[in-house]
Write a protein that binds this ligand. Structure first.
Ligand code: FES
Length: 250
């Protein structure tokens, strides 16, 4: 049997989606890219995903909704997670039901610390190959790193592919980014080695671009963790993921 599709307009946001008849409005809003507050993960207990159905046929008000909405139930408010949509509909989403577009704080207090990055820059200065030195480029670089820095270097395959060309184009003077004992990048002498630190939190996700040679943070940016629309706490998100394979994939 073919699934009947309906169109839902979300106002005043101005988003429209097409979803299967019988979809709940919380799911429909997510599909439209609208992030409603859903602390309980759609169980109908937190009462935060309030919407008003302006037009269209939806499921009747349930006892669960009455308990969560109190007097607002009589004013036409509904819980998006408990309201199934059966026809084309227009739904008003109050600002109080949206996860606030929050400014994510990524700045912090700087403290002095000894820099000891796992990936470090090593200067390379090889002499030109000659008839008396017939070692391969990889071998010459490995010997150089051992003598200069005590590194028993291994190479990433991508590094081996570019090594000869890079050495020649930079006149045998380069910088190697060495992770442990592995050469993971080659770059011009003037370029610093950068690292990206990611803070993956339940509320926000922050990224920091850091100069690994002096510890300076060059840029930082944060976004709200998009999982928040599936529940504000980790337990609610786990409960949502356990509902089925489709939910686990979100
Ligand atoms: S009542 Fe909590 S998500 Fe709907």
């Amino acid at each position: 049997m073919q699934t009947r599709m309906v169109q839902v307009d979300f106002e005043p946001i101005g988003r429209r989606i097409s979803c299967a008849a019988g979809t709940d409005l919380l799911t429909a809003a997510r599909q439209a890219g609208i992030s409603l507050i859903a602390i309980c993960g759609g169980k109908g207990t937190c009462g935060r995903d309030r919407v008003k159905v302006l037009e269209g046929e939806v499921s009747p008000l349930s006892d669960t909704e009455r308990r969560a909405l109190h007097a607002q139930a009589d004013e036409g408010m509904r819980l998006a997670c408990q309201t199934l949509v059966y026809s084309d509909a227009k739904v008003h989403v109050p600002a109080s039901s949206l996860t606030a577009k929050q400014r994510t704080q990524v700045e912090g207090e700087s403290v002095a610390f000894a820099l000891d990055p796992i990936t470090r820059a090593v200067e390379i200065a090889l002499s030109d190959p000659s008839l008396t030195d017939l070692r391969s480029d990889a071998l010459r670089l490995r010997d150089h790193l051992r003598e200069r820095s005590g590194i028993e270097a291994t190479y990433d395959f991508q590094i081996l592919r570019q090594l000869s060309d890079r050495l020649r184009s930079e006149s045998w003077h380069l910088r190697a980014a060495v992770h442990g004992e592995e050469v993971v990048a080659l770059q011009e002498k003037s370029r610093p080695i950068l690292g990206l630190a990611v803070d993956l939190g339940t509320t926000k996700v922050a990224g920091y671009l850091v100069n690994l040679e002096n510890g300076r943070t060059l840029a930082s940016e944060g976004v709200m963790n998009p999982q928040i629309s599936y529940g504000e706490d980790v337990m609610a998100r786990i409960a949502y993921a356990l509902e089925g394979p489709e939910q686990a994939d979100t």
